[in-house]
Each structure stands twice: as structure tokens, then as C-alpha cells.
Ligand binder design. Structure first.
Ligand code: F6P
Length: 347
């Protein structure tokens, strides 16, 4: 079948590099004589009757250098709405969208797979700053995010040292600690705590006491928002609410740690949450390039009628995998890397 019109949507949290993907899709589709409709606000836009706009070449001129997503995003789960999937099918038909490119993480791609099963022509592009999607080596947004967090940790060193303080920095990463591990090691955090292994508060306190004894006057602790203290046994959350995909709102582990550290070490301790600073702003060169290559590949998949596939980076090669093989299992930090990280605990 000849695809004349492609729809593109971005779902889940934004990630620097999304606009590079969108631009590459529009440019590549144009070369193949296809037009691109931007679906506004992710699945929410398709669900609510179709908020769509034609993306022309001038519309996407230069957007690869900017952060966020020009078509908006949401954490809407159509499968949680009455006849949501049927509504999406009808709206795709209404706008004569022959093939859909879904750019997102595990949740967005899970819906894409459901649509594929229902006979919709869909391809996927992996996206998350957390870098925890399996079946691709890197996701765009991660590189920008680790650079922002590393710079933040660099800056915390000088102020912590000047004030003889412990500084706890809370970094995004729900189930996987790639962001905290990379920024923590690159920025020289003395203690790094990841979601992959529950941690012992006493061990953290003892490491700081040992540093004090050894004559170091300050300590930087990098903790992932999804890190779990062994005595608590579960995520520290902001409240009891969950989103439509069943995710809790993480936050508070830094504050909790800081309180215990100050009490048990006697050293003045402050916490800071990097939060959405880690996702905002211009993408790095790596993320612009990766986003561009993924966008080109997504359109190629449509041209080759490889529906149900997701563009993927393996080594330096752009390839593709079935979406179903990319969802449902996250890529966590492996044990070997965690052991390497531990060599630097307290150093
Ligand atoms: O999934 C990416 C991510 O940035 C996580 O690291 C974080 O837990 C979550 O999004 C935050 O989401 P929100 O923008 O909805 O607060």
C-alpha cells in the first residue's frame, strides 16, 4: 500500500532530541513524497477527537537545536479510557493517516504494539532520558541529561567544600540508575545510590564518618529518585497518586537521606533535587545526531512497510527490532558496572 500521510506523536516525559527526530521525519518523508501530520499532546490528542497539524519543512526548520517537543506530550493511556483504542483508530481514519510513528518509552511503545496488533500501520522510536529501554544501546536525551547532572555535581563540590557540608543530590531515574551512575562517577560523587540495589543507611553514614576521619571535610552523595533504603523496602514517593500507566510520583529520597546523615554524622547536610532541569533545554550534539538518525530510520521502516518495528541503535549502526521485543523488560545497570562504581565509594 502507498503511504501518503504519516502521523507522528510524542508520548511520556519530554527528552532533549525529540525535535531532532520530528525534523528528520518531516525531511525524510518529504523526500519520499509523503506529508506528515503532527498529533498534538501524544495519545491524548488522538483520543480527544484529533488535535493534529500539518508539519511542513518551514515548520521544522532548525528545531533540532531546541529542547522539548514542538507537538507536545502527555502521559495519557488510551487503554484506560472507554473504547480508547477504537477512538484512536477512528481518528487516524478521520485524518487519513496511513501510518503512525510513535516516539516514546515503554508505555508509549506498549500502546503502539497494541495498535499494531489491531492492524494499524505503526512504527516506534525509542525515547527516555533514563536510557532504560532494552533493544537499543542508547536513547536520546540521556546524553544531554548526564551532562547537565555532571555539571551540577561539579558545582556542588566547590560549595560543599567551602562550607564543610554533605550535599545530597537527587537525580531522575525511576527503575534504572544510568543517569545517577554516569553523572555520579563523572562528577566524582563520593557515594552513589541506584534503584538496582537496595541500600543500607548505616553504610552511607559509616562511609561519611570514614571520610571525616581521613580528613575530608565534605561529601557529595548522588542518589537516584528510585533508590530504595533497605529498612524502608519501597520507593519514597511524593504522594499516593499514580498516573494512567500505574506509575507513582517519585521524590523525597534526597531529603530523607540528608536528615539521617545530619543526625548520625553531626555534619551539616543539605539536599537538592535536580528534577526537570535534567530534561529541559537544548539537546547535546550526540542527542541531536541520534534523534536525527532515528527519525530517518523510522520513515525508512514505513517505506519498507516494516510495521510493528522500532528503530534502534546497535553500536554505531541504525537498525530495527520488533516493538514487542523492546517493551516490558527494562535495561538496568549491570552488576559489573555497579562493582566498578563501588571501587570509588568514599573516594
Ligand atoms: O521517564 C522519564 C522520567 O524523567 C523519569 O526519570 C522520572 O521519574 C519521570 O520521567 C518524571 O516524570 P514527570 O515529568 O511526569 O514528573
Amino acid at each position: 500500500m502507498k503511504v501518503e500521510r504519516i502521523g507522528v506523536l510524542t508520548g511520556g516525559g519530554d527528552a532533549p532530541g525529540l525535535n531532532a527526530v520530528i525534523r528528520a521525519i518531516v525531511v525524510t518523508a518529504h523526500k519520499h513524497g509523503m506529508e506528515v501530520m503532527g498529533i498534538m499532546r501524544g495519545w491524548a490528542g488522538l483520543l480527544e477527537g484529533g488535535e493534529v497539524k500539518l508539519l511542513t519543512l518551514p515548520n521544522v526548520d532548525d528545531i533540532h537545536r531546541t529542547g522539548g517537543t514542538v507537538i507536545g506530550t502527555s502521559r495519557t493511556n488510551p487503554a484506560k479510557h472507554p473504547d480508547g483504542m477504537g477512538q484512536i483508530k477512528r481518528n487516524l481514519e478521520k485524518y487519513h493517516i496511513d501510518a503512525l510513528i510513535a516516539i516514546g518509552g515503554d508505555d508509549t511503545l506498549g500502546i503502539a504494539q497494541k495498535l499494531h496488533n489491531a492492524g494499524i500501520n505503526v512504527v516506534g522510536v525509542p525515547k527516555t532520558i533514563d536510557n532504560d529501554l532494552s533493544a537499543t544501546d542508547y536513547t536520546f536525551g540521556f546524553d544531554t541529561s548526564i551532562n547537565i547532572s555532571t555539571e551540577a555535581i561539579d558545582r556542588l563540590h566547590t560549595t560543599a567544600k567551602s562550607h564543610d557540608r554533605v550535599l545530597v543530590v537527587e537525580i531522575m531515574g525511576r527503575y534504572a540508575g544510568w543517569l545517577t551512575l554516569t553523572a555520579g562517577m563523572a562528577g566524582g560523587a563520593h557515594i552513589i545510590l541506584l534503584p538496582e540495589e537496595k541500600f543500607d543507611m548505616n553504610e552511607v553514614v559509616n562511609t561519611i564518618k570514614e571520610r571525616q576521619k581521613a580528613g575530608y571535610n565534605y561529601t557529595i552523595v548522588a542518589v537516584a529518585e528510585g533508590a530504595v533504603p533497605a529498612d524502608v523496602g519501597d520507593f519514597i514517593t511524593k504522594d499516593d497518586k499514580v498516573d494512567e500507566f500505574g506509575h507513582v510520583k517519585l521524590g523525597g529520597i534526597g531529603k530523607r537521606l540528608a536528615k539521617v546523615i545530619e543526625k548520625k554524622t553531626g555534619q551539616e547536610t543539605r539536599e537538592m533535587v535536580l528534577g526537570h532541569l535534567q530534561r529541559g533545554g537544548a539537546p547535546s550534539a550526540f542527542d541531536r545526531m541520534l534523534g536525527t538518525r532515528l527519525g530517518v530510520k523510522a520513515v525508512k521502516l514505513i517505506v519498507e512497510e516494516k510495521f510493528g518495528e522500532m528503530a534502534s541503535l546497535r553500536g554505531t549502526q541504525m537498525t530495527s527490532v520488533p516493538i514487542k521485543d523492546a517493551i516490558g523488560k527494562l535495561k538496568l545497570v549491570d552488576k559489573e558496572l555497579i562493582e566498578e562504581m563501588k571501587l570509588f565509594m568514599g573516594r
